[in-house]
Design a binder for this molecule. Structure first.
Ligand SMILES: *[C@@H]1O[C@H](CO)[C@@H](O)[C@H](O)[C@H]1NC(C)=O
Ligand SMILES: *[C@@H]1O[C@H](CO)[C@@H](O)[C@H](O)[C@H]1NC(C)=O
Ligand SMILES: *[C@@H]1O[C@H](CO)[C@@H](O)[C@H](O)[C@H]1NC(C)=O
Ligand SMILES: *[C@@H]1O[C@H](CO)[C@@H](O)[C@H](O)[C@H]1NC(C)=O
Ligand SMILES: *[C@@H]1O[C@H](CO)[C@@H](O)[C@H](O)[C@H]1NC(C)=O
Ligand SMILES: *[C@@H]1O[C@H](CO)[C@@H](O)[C@H](O)[C@H]1NC(C)=O
Ligand SMILES: *[C@@H]1O[C@H](CO)[C@@H](O)[C@H](O)[C@H]1NC(C)=O
Ligand SMILES: *[C@@H]1O[C@H](CO)[C@@H](O)[C@H](O)[C@H]1NC(C)=O
Ligand SMILES: *[C@@H]1O[C@H](CO)[C@@H](O)[C@H](O)[C@H]1NC(C)=O
Length: 890
């Protein structure tokens, strides 16, 4: 495995930043002004580029060059990224790395007028594959030059070698060539170099021996340069060399020398080269080494015990070589390791006795190393593991259940071993993957008696194998939670076993009827079949489930017929959502037995009924929607002032309700009279279940379809503080009573499209939380009360198509409402209408609400069910394969 990171520019970037910072701090007090010709050159340089975010791959990139402006005194020394000499005022440093520069540089660029430059960093921009301009020679005082990752191309010009003061040179990760002149001439001329980075530059030559003369060299990156021939061993012995990267040169051969103590080597990367021979015992002398990657080479012999002396090692890869014998027990001492790969060697059969203390490991790859025995329990201690592979060994026994406790694990490969029986399996969590197509038949054989929890949500699964369009009865006898949300399931609804408590298949394309077999589910607490294409009638026995069910969500299907009629006392339903179906008939009176009902949504069906007066007696009811049905008649009056004690949301819009607005209800809806804007939780229900080994807790957010701020939206979550009334599109008549001003917690009030007369009550000015007020399409008259100026959260205001007269209130939120808010009222005047008011009476403006800045926007996207027990996300298909493969071998 090639787990090593390329040592990008960390070291010399750091050096640069330190120098930069140091000079900057010196130049702070008596900074002379920058020279006009230099600020002019800088501005010209700026002008020669477009700024384009695609020019950088760095998430922290930022076009600081945009802040450069020809100010009053053009003091470029104060510009971001520009450094001046504190005595002369000349520009000596320029850092425009990751600046979104997009365009080419040629030899006439004003950049080359900045002849005093000592440091130049243009890394990570987009210079359109232009050549490095030969004029670079004019910057003869450069000590630091970084042009890496900047889309330069062609041969590196000879002129760069005239920059004899260079200490740090980075031209890496550009499609550049270093042929003529060659690497050899570079080394001959730039003798002061400490840091040389030419990663991915096309060199295509042997490594010149003379490189071993660069005695100051600390960092050398010649990775992926097409090097060949034998690597000069003397280079390993450069007295200051800390980082040596010559990996990814498959035609480069070489041997490791004997290493002496006091070698400063910290990072040695030879991955994917032709290096061969033995790993010398003296490797144990490299006490500073924290990274050793010799993967995919041709090393052989034993892995020396002395490797265990390199206790600073963080990354170690010995994979894909020809090492034999046993992995030495001394590796037990490498407790700082974060990544370890020893796969694919010629080891003799062994166990992992040396594994256990390396508790910082995040990646552990031990494929094909001839392991036998059980998966070692010492892995339990490696709680940071994100990737673990023990594939292609001779491991036996069962896949241990404690693997679920490695909670960081995202990839686990155990395929190609000799594992036996897995009836122990209780939890399979494979949500958020890319599992496609049919689930293979044999998955039904896994954990038949033991499986408790199966999560396959957010995949691309189309079905459970062919079964002639009859609903598949799922086989897992102990299963209590099955998640299949957001897949591509087709065909009839699979029938869960009687043990099921949580069953979710929302957002699929299931068709057909809901089988009466569902009525046999005696443990079911959550049934979410929403957003499918289910049709037919609900089985009448369905109401039996209400003894057990807490959540019944069937919205967005194609169900017909009436709601089952017999809900018994003890009905525990908290949420019932059957909206967006074709249901008809009356609302069963027996639902009044469901005293726990919290959210009750019947919208967008064909119910025809009067307003069910018993709803008010449901003590927990918070949200009620009857919208878009055939409800009719007057809403009437409450029988007691104690009705609807918790109601926050009521939507009866788009029905045939008649008579007066239900002002008597406005008087008793007490929970709408207070604002609890500090309640930032969502409306939800907590489900708790336990099995012999696990306690499950699921938090389910309620969702609702609502018209908010003029737009119909499905909210996956409902804010705990949301308070809303929608009585629009009915045939309510009469006046709007002043009592509506008591409902001080209201966020949204919609009375549009009725036959309301009289004035807009000034008490609406008390509804300080109001964000949306729609009174359009009525027969309202009189003036718009100035008190509405107090509504500082108001974002939507519509009084169009009424008979309103007089001046529109001016200022505050009213300066934001468009013409359309007022259309169809011929007697209204003032801004934004073109009709001017005749008399300008001085209007006293009410004091604005001081809370204006505190608007809290808490609409999120719901994740639905969250189980407090997650093995890991983004498992690869390979993991799925091992699960299936190994679980199959019973
Ligand atoms: C280059 O550096 C030398 C020595 O520090 C200095 O004398 C000379 O003025 C510098 N040249 C420029 C163009 O800054
Ligand atoms: C490079 O060095 C050689 C020999 O040291 C010298 O002849 C040549 O002029 C130098 N080239 C440049 C571009 O400075
Ligand atoms: C390695 O050498 C072979 C044979 O000379 C050549 O075909 C191949 O392109 C070389 N590979 C690289 C990466 O230089
Ligand atoms: C490891 O280091 C210790 C002390 O530095 C030394 O005594 C020992 O010989 C070394 N072990 C090996 C195997 O090199
Ligand atoms: C691990 O290190 C300790 C202390 O340095 C040493 O005594 C021991 O021999 C080492 N173990 C192995 C297996 O090398
Ligand atoms: C795992 O950690 C426990 C507690 O820290 C320790 O007692 C045990 O020895 C460790 N296991 C191994 C194999 O190192
Ligand atoms: C596994 O062990 C069996 C015998 O127990 C042996 O035949 C086989 O070669 C081994 N396989 C591997 C991959 O080591
Ligand atoms: C997972 O860890 C918990 C807490 O340490 C422990 O109670 C439980 O038994 C472990 N699960 C398994 C399967 O080992
Ligand atoms: C509403 O009532 C009117 C008059 O009774 C009737 O014509 C109309 O069909 C009803 N509309 C609905 C949607 O029920």
């Amino acid at each position: 495995m090639g787990s090593s990171m390329r040592p990008f520019m960390s070291n010399h970037l750091l050096l640069f930043l330190l120098i930069f910072h140091y000079l900057n701090s010196l130049s702070f007090s008596t900074q002379p002004l920058c020279k006009d010709f230099e600020s002019f050159a800088l501005l010209q340089f700026k002008q020669s580029f477009a700024i384009n975010a695609s020019a950088s791959g760095n998430p922290f990139a930022y076009p600081k060059i945009l802040s450069w402006k020809a100010g009053e005194r053009n003091d470029c020394c104060s510009w971001d990224g520009v450094l001046c000499d504190r005595v002369t005022g000349h520009v000596i440093g320029l850092d425009l790395s990751s600046n979104y520069l997009y365009g080419s540089i040629n030899s006439s660029s004003s950049l080359f007028h900045l002849v005093h430059l000592q440091m130049l960093n243009l890394a990570d921009n987009y210079f359109s594959y232009s050549q490095i301009p030969p004029s670079i020679r004019y910057l003869s005082n450069l000590t630091y030059l970084n042009l890496s990752m900047s889309h330069f191309s062609s041969q590196i010009p000879l002129e760069i070698f005239e920059l004899s003061k260079l200490v740090s040179l980075d031209l890496g990760f550009n499609p550049l060539k270093l042929h003529k002149p060659s690497l050899k001439s570079l080394v001959e001329n730039l003798t002061s170099l400490k840091l040389l980075y030419l990663g991915d530059v096309d060199i295509s030559s042997p490594v010149p021996h003379i490189l071993a003369n660069l005695s100051s060299l600390t960092n050398l990156d010649l990775g992926g340069c097409g090097l060949y021939g034998e690597f000069p061993t003397q280079i390993f012995k450069l007295p200051n060399l800390q980082v040596l990267f010559v990996g990814y040169n498959p035609n480069l051969t070489g041997y490791l020398p004997e290493f002496h103590t006091h070698s400063p080597l910290q990072s040695l990367i030879l991955v994917y080269t032709g290096f061969s021979g033995k790993l010398p015992d003296s490797i144990g002398n490299l006490k500073s080494l924290y990274e050793l990657d010799i993967g995919a080479c041709y090393f052989s012999g034993l892995i020396p015990t002395s490797l265990g002396n390199l206790t600073n090692l963080i990354n170690l890869s010995l994979s894909n070589n020809n090492f034999g014998g046993q992995i030495p027990f001394s590796l037990a001492n490498l407790t700082q390791l974060s990544r370890l790969g020893i796969s694919y060697n010629a080891f003799s059969p062994q166990t992992l006795t040396w594994l256990g203390k390396q508790t910082k490991l995040t990646i552990l790859i031990l494929e094909a190393v001839n392991l036998y025995g059980a998966i070692p329990s010492s892995l339990k201690n490696m709680t940071q593991l994100a990737e673990l592979s023990l594939a292609s060994n001779n491991l036996t026994g069962q896949i241990p259940s404690w693997l679920v406790n490695l909670t960081h694990l995202t990839s686990l490969y155990l395929d190609d071993n000799q594992f036996t029986g897995t009836d122990e399996l209780e939890i399979v969590y494979l949500a958020n993957n890319k599992i496609e197509g049919q689930i293979p038949k044999w998955i039904f054989n896994m954990g038949k008696e033991t499986l408790l929890f199966l999560a396959l949500d957010f995949n691309l699964i189309t079905g459970f194998g062919s079964f002639n369009n009859t609903p598949r009865v799922l086989p897992w006898g102990s299963l209590f939670s099955l998640g299949l949300d957001s897949n591509k399931l087709q065909g009839p609804l699979p029938i869960p076993p009687p043990s099921i408590a949580i069953y979710k298949v929302r957002y699929n394309t299931l068709i057909g009827e809901i089988s009466p077999l569902f009525c046999n589910l005696r443990s079911i607490e959550l049934l979410d079949l929403s957003h499918n294409n289910l049709s037919g009638m609900l089985p009448q026995c369905f109401s039996k489930l209400s003894e057990f069910l807490l959540i019944l969500d069937l919205h967005h299907n194609n169900l017909h017929g009436t709601l089952p009629a017999t809900y018994k006392e003890g009905c525990g339903l908290k949420l019932m959502d059957v909206s967006y179906n074709q249901l008809e008939g009356r609302v069963p009176r027996s639902l009044s037995n469901c005293k726990m009902l919290d959210i009750f949504l019947l919208g967008n069906n064909r119910f025809s009924d009067i307003f069910p007066p018993w709803l008010g007696k449901l003590p927990m009811l918070r949200a009620l929607s009857l919208r878009s049905n055939g409800f009719q008649g007057a809403i009437g009056k409450p029988e007691s002032i104690l009705e609807f004690p918790k109601l926050q949301i009521i939507d009866v819009s788009c029905n045939n309700f008649t008579g007066k607005l239900p002002s008597e209800y406005f008087q008793i809806w007490n929970s709408m009279k207070v604002s609890n804007a500090s309640n930032l939780t969502y409306m939800k229900v907590i489900l708790r279940t336990s099995s012999a080994n696990f306690n499950f807790e699921a938090s389910v957010d309620y969702s609702i379809v609502m018209t908010n701020k003029g737009i119909q939206t499905e909210y996956e979550k409902i804010q705990g503080f949301l308070i809303a009334i929608d009585l629009s599109s009915n045939r309510f008549e009469g006046e709007i009573s002043e009592v509506i001003g008591n409902l001080k917690g209201l966020h949204s009030l919609n009375l549009s499209n009725n036959i309301l007369r009289g004035c807009i009550p000034s008490s609406l000015g008390n509804l300080m939380e109001l964000e949306s007020l729609d009174l359009s399409q009525n027969k309202l008259s009189g003036e718009i009360p100035q008190q509405l100026l107090l509504l500082t959260f108001l974002a939507i205001f519509n009084v169009s198509n009424n008979h309103l007269t007089g001046p529109i209130p001016q200022g505050q939120q009213f300066s934001t409402f468009p013409n359309g808010s007022y259309l169809g009222n011929t007697e209204l005047c003032g801004i934004p209408l073109t009709k001017k008011c005749k008399i300008h009476e001085p209007l006293t403006q009410p004091q604005p609400n001081s809370k204006q800045d505190e608007v809290v926007i808490m609409m999120g996207y719901g994740s639905g069910l969250i189980i407090g027990l997650v093995i890991g996300q983004n498992l690869t298909i390979r993991k799925l394969e091992w699960v299936f493969k190994n679980l199959r071998r019973q």
